[in-house]
Design a protein around this ligand. Structure first.
Ligand code: 3HC
Length: 311
């Protein structure tokens, strides 16, 4: 019954163990996880677009092969995550319908334009770097299928981050124009990547419950500050600069601090009014419609296989 289920759920959370799909769980836990995991899945799928746009313009065959592999990895991440969310009872079709109807969220970061090849480096270094910083603690999320999906995703994200860093390193050591292009990309992607961690703690309605349930292990601001500290070290190796004069380590709090972020811009992007929101959604709808025949063919094939097995 519910009372016994709830007791067991609380015990599992208290001993920092895992909830599995068939276990009893509070309706709010299920709802919040479905929200977070499906948003995460949508981010991976929408996130394929800004980079896929650069595959034909990659500066060498090697860069093209690496970028293609990376974009395919993002598709894989989306699929693991939709599968994890499905174990909570919402079908992938339903999640996809919500996305293309404009009812679902995906990460703000993918609504910014990718203007030069150096942006592909900055995305790998900053955006995938922020994703790793946020997602490594999620490998310990209390919901089993989510935590397990995150382990593999984080391994692949590490490769993505290295490839971005290496693109920037090569440009930073190139001609003055290439170096300027690398700095410009870092200048434009820095603040949006800090906003990936979500609103400041005092404006984060989901954090408290998520932390009680061992889904989130650190607050949005804690992870943002940790990320700034990582970037400070790595930008030195690149020989570039972070576009933020206020970055400093606060000895008293033990935290890295950064300059003010434009939270109004963040709210605008979340409201669908960022620079590329309309284009991203339009492309996603087109791809869904153009993929209809693939889904039909796969369903027909599966039905045929099942009929074959039945006879
Ligand atoms: N972009 C869009 N929406 C955001 C956001 C962002 N950067 N940050 C927060 N939000 C939304 C939240 O989803 C929430 O909306 P909702 O209540 O309608 O669902 C609202 O703003 C308030 O934020 P909270 O802090 O209360 O929300 P959370 O506790 O869920 O924290 C989060 C936000 C830190 C993003 C958390 O959901 C999380 O860790 N999610 C998993 C990681 C993820 O989604 N990453 C996507 C990044 S990109 C990526 O992974 C692809 C890779 O290839 C780069």
């Amino acid at each position: 019954d519910d009372a016994a289920g709830e007791r067991l759920f609380n015990e599992i959370i208290a001993r920092d163990s895992r909830i599995e799909p068939r276990d009893w769980m509070p309706a709010d836990y299920r709802k919040s996880l479905t929200r977070q995991i499906s948003q995460h899945a949508h981010s991976e799928i929408i996130g394929m677009q800004p980079e896929a746009n650069w595959i034909t313009r990659a500066p060498s065959l090697k860069r093209k092969a690496v970028l293609m592999a990376k974009v395919q990895d993002e598709a894989g991440h989306g699929l693991y995550l939709y599968s994890a969310a499905e174990t909570l009872g919402t079908s992938r079709d339903r999640m996809t319908e919500d996305l293309i109807a404009g009812k679902a969220r995906y990460s703000s970061i993918f609504n910014y334009p990718v203007l030069t090849w150096a942006d592909i480096g900055a995305i790998g270094w900053l955006v995938d770097g922020a994703a790793i910083c946020n997602q490594v603690p999620l490998c310990r999320a209390s919901y089993g299928p989510y935590g397990r999906a995150m382990v593999r995703i984080c391994k692949e994200e590490s490769f993505h981050q290295r490839q971005g860093f290496e693109i920037l390193l090569e440009l930073a050591n190139g001609t003055p124009e290439q170096r300027a292009m690398a700095q410009d990309a870092v200048d434009r992607w820095y603040a949006p990547s800090l906003m990936m961690f979500g609103p400041p703690d005092e404006e984060s309605p989901n954090s408290q419950k998520s932390m009680e349930w061992n889904i989130k292990r650190f607050s949005n601001d804690e992870l943002r500050s940790r990320f700034v500290g990582m970037m400070v070290e790595q930008i030195r190796v690149l020989g570039l600069e972070l576009p933020d004069k206020d970055v400093r380590y606060n000895e008293e709090t033990g935290r890295w601090e950064h300059g003010p972020l434009d939270w109004n811009e963040f709210r605008e992007v979340l409201a669908g009014r960022g620079p590329c929101n309309a284009q991203r959604m339009e492309r996603r709808r087109e791809a869904h419609e153009e993929g209809a025949w693939v889904r039909e063919a796969a369903a027909a094939y599966a039905a045929k296989q099942a009929a074959g097995r039945a006879t």
